[in-house]
Ligand binder design. Structure first.
Ligand code: COA
Length: 260
């Protein structure tokens, strides 16, 4: 696929995905969502990709939400379909990605933009970032997993407050409540993300994939997190990466994993 709305670059085993609609504050229109789904799906089977960074173009916005102009005339069935399609192909796909995904929040992360960042495994924000779920100002509720993931990340009370008031919070406040892991100056945002990604890159890829499954299972009412952990722990013993990791430790050298 040739991307029109994304900049996608594979560099040193990290896939950099930049949503590139700065004139619309990187709002998520259908094309952006289709391309994002494709970029994330193809990364899963690309052995060259160890981890993914997701950010927005420009200095003003990560993503200012779903593109309001696209759904203004939708009816109830179309609204449900919009949410379901987004969950299945983009937001859940990101959350369940076997390759760790970091969101670098470089400005506004509102509505679908915050939902996108919350679907990622780790969030880092620049000092100027503003985060919020303003859907109730439009007569809506968050529809891309926001009601669930915000409550998981910050607790039910704060999630209700953010959703009810539609207030934007600062990056500093977001860090205080556990919504983002780090806050740095905008100029240092990608460097901070790279610092974390460089560490992740050295770790056993299949173990990372198992960790994603085990952690996520605990938040999925249809699954048992502890049971998933037991199974995934056992699966790790079948991998060459496990043999390499333990051998390297005993031989006092650095492990070189190949993800098999
Ligand atoms: N959907 C569609 N277009 C959007 C958008 C969205 N979610 N967010 C911003 N844009 C567009 C604006 O319409 C504007 O387009 P235009 O120049 O063709 O008029 C452009 O992006 C710049 O935004 P603007 O509103 O002029 O910037 P601002 O600095 O005055 O305000 C925000 C920034 C983020 C506060 C404001 O754009 C905003 O409130 N956006 C919507 C946030 C929202 O409700 N998101 C949830 C959607 S479910």
């Amino acid at each position: 696929m040739t991307y029109q709305q994304l900049l996608v670059e594979l560099k040193n085993n990290i896939l950099y995905i930049t949503i590139n609609r700065p004139q619309k504050l990187n709002a998520l229109n259908k094309e952006v969502l289709t391309e994002l789904a494709h970029a994330v799906a193809t990364a899963q089977t690309n052995k060259q990709v160890n981890a993914i960074l997701l950010t927005g173009a420009g200095e003003k916005a990560f993503v200012a939400g779903a593109d309001i102009s696209e759904f203004q005339n939708y009816n109830s069935a179309e609204g449900k379909q919009l949410a379901k399609h987004g969950h299945d192909h983009v937001f859940d796909a990101i959350e369940n990605s076997s390759k760790p995904i970091i969101a670098a929040i470089n400005g506004f992360a509102l509505g679908g933009g915050l939902e996108l960042a919350m679907a990622c495994h780790i969030r880092i924000a620049s000092e100027n970032a503003k985060l919020g779920l303003p859907e109730v100002t439009l007569g809506l509720i968050p529809g891309y997993g926001g009601t669930q993931r915000l409550a998981q990340l910050v607790g039910k009370g704060l999630a209700f407050e953010m959703i009810f008031t539609a207030d934007m919070i600062t990056a500093e406040k977001a860090q205080q409540i556990g919504l983002v892991n780090h806050v740095v100056a905008q100029a240092d945002l990608l460097a901070k993300a790279d610092e974390i990604l460089e560490k992740i890159k050295l770790r056993a890829p299949l173990a990372l994939a198992s960790a994603v499954k085990a952690v996520n299972a605990g938040f999925n009412p249809k699954l048992n997190g502890y049971q998933t952990e037991i199974e995934e722990f056992g699966n790790c013993f079948n991998t060459n990466d496990f043999k390499e990791g333990t051998a390297a430790f005993l031989e006092k050298r650095k492990a070189k994993f190949n993800g098999s």
